[in-house]
Design a protein around this ligand. Structure first.
Ligand code: RBV
Length: 422
């Protein structure tokens, strides 16, 4: 019997259409792998819990895991990113879903606990909240070996697990799927990169001729900077890492401290993974230009100091869907996207299906790999095997009708040898 809590089951038909649209753009996970999983049933008898954005793309991952024989449990990885129609449609397909748009922090963790209560064998997290909760509140799932291994979808989650491992408190085998090449070089750079259009959706603003500050120059933010420039913006990058700052400079952007950049900024977009990118002080807030748009595309809502901005504003007006106008004591107006949460997932539908195809193919193949290797996995972070990463790359190329060269034996030996030189 399917167990669930969603906003409105009547939205299922609409959700089904959305899932269908994504399916057509996800040939690897929704066709090639799904057909094989249906035949081979590599996940038979396995319960998989996903704490992921509940989107049409995640729905296709769920369908493929189910096709492989898994019982699937889903909860949202962000209180504002759940697409309620998709959640309703998944329930109709016997996926156990605990997610609705706009849940409170308390409800968010209730949903995670409902998934963990089902005693899952594999956890697929996006941001680490579910796996951290398993460590804190469901330790018996780990000590009993019920949880075989875990997978992490995003940079922020991987960062948290690396900290746990360093402190000796990570008790499960953990695959940082985010770090695989087929994930971070496409999902992060292209998906989050294109996510800057959430600022356009939000305020219907023209980028051309504007000064756009991009905070960070990692995989996500470098993609954002490139797209902002492509739209004709004057892009300023802010960084704390000297190498990334140099990369930004040599890519042709202006680089400077954020306090210097803010007075000119028409739009500020963050994706650093760090908190308080704009320091929460009156002095910093006073640097903001009248009419500035503030948006975050990083995983958590701590990059822009939302709470402190709300406290500082004398008036907060919801003006468009998921955009608020904050009026400062001096009358200045600041526009905040998505309450400082992942703007691309809240204002639009998250990363396009084409890139999620690769991320979720990796997640599917890693679930299969975990089941196959379950007797030999040790706690700690284990990189995604290179051959799985390559496999997703090859399948994606194949689905696009693109052929590439193969090394001859002579070339293989050359590239793996040292004898041949001048
Ligand atoms: N993300 N998922 C979607 N459409 O389902 N969009 C973005 C989707 C993931 C992406 O992999 C990223 O690493 C993470 O959300 C950030 O929380």
């Amino acid at each position: 019997m399917v167990n669930y809590k969603v906003a409105d089951e009547n939205l299922a038909e609409k959700g089904k259409e959305a899932i269908y649209i994504a399916e057509n753009k996800m040939p690897v996970v929704a066709k090639i792998l799904r057909e094989r999983f249906l035949k081979e049933k590599p996940l038979e008898g396995i319960k998989i819990a996903g704490c992921l954005h509940i989107t049409k793309e995640t729905a296709n991952l769920a369908r493929t895991l189910k096709a492989g024989g898994a019982e699937v449990y889903l909860c949202g990885s962000n209180p504002l990113s759940t697409q309620d129609d998709v959640a309703a449609a998944l329930v109709k397909e016997d996926v156990n879903v605990f997610a609705w748009h706009g849940n409170t922090d308390e409800e968010f963790y209730w949903c995670i606990r409902e998934c963990l209560k089902a005693k899952p064998n594999i956890l697929i997290d996006d941001g680490a909240d579910m796996i951290v909760t398993a460590h804190k509140e469901f330790p018996e799932l780990i000590s009993s070996g019920t949880i075989i291994a875990c997978q992490e979808e995003t940079t922020t989650g991987v960062k948290r697990f690396r900290a746990m491992e360093k402190q000796g408190v990570l008790k499960v085998p953990l695959y940082p799927v985010n770090d695989a090449r087929c994930k971070n070089q496409f999902d992060n750079e292209l998906g989050t990169g294109q996510g800057i259009v959430s600022a356009i959706y939000g305020m219907h603003v023209l980028f051309a001729g504007r000064t756009v500050v991009i905070a960070g120059y990692g995989h996500c933010s470098s993609g954002m900077a490139l797209r902002a420039r492509g739209l004709g913006a004057n892009v300023i990058v802010t960084e704390v890492d000297p190498i990334k700052a140099l990369q930004a400079r040599f890519a042709g952007y202006q680089v400077m401290p954020i306090a210097k950049a803010l007075p000119d900024a028409d739009i500020v977009l963050t994706a650093t993974g760090c908190k308080h990118v704009i320091t929460p002080t009156k002095e910093m807030f006073d640097l903001l230009k009248d009419g500035v748009i503030l948006g975050n595309l990083g995983h958590f809502d701590i990059e822009i100091p939302t709470k402190e901005l709300y406290e500082y504003a004398k008036e907060i007006k919801p003006i468009r869907s998921n955009v608020e106008e904050l009026i400062f004591p001096d009358g200045k107006k600041v526009y905040l996207l998505a309450k400082g949460r992942l703007a691309n997932l809240v204002l639009s539908e998250g990363h396009p299906s084409e890139v999620m195809d690769m991320s979720f193919s990796l997640q599917s193949l890693m679930s299969e790999y975990i089941v196959k290797n379950k007797d030999s996995l040790k706690p700690g972070i284990i990189e995604v095997p290179e051959d799985i990463d390559d496999k997703v790359g090859f399948l994606k190329l194949k689905s696009m009708g693109i052929e590439i060269d193969t090394l001859t034996e002579e070339q293989y030996n050359y590239i793996h040898g040292f004898e041949e030189g001048t």
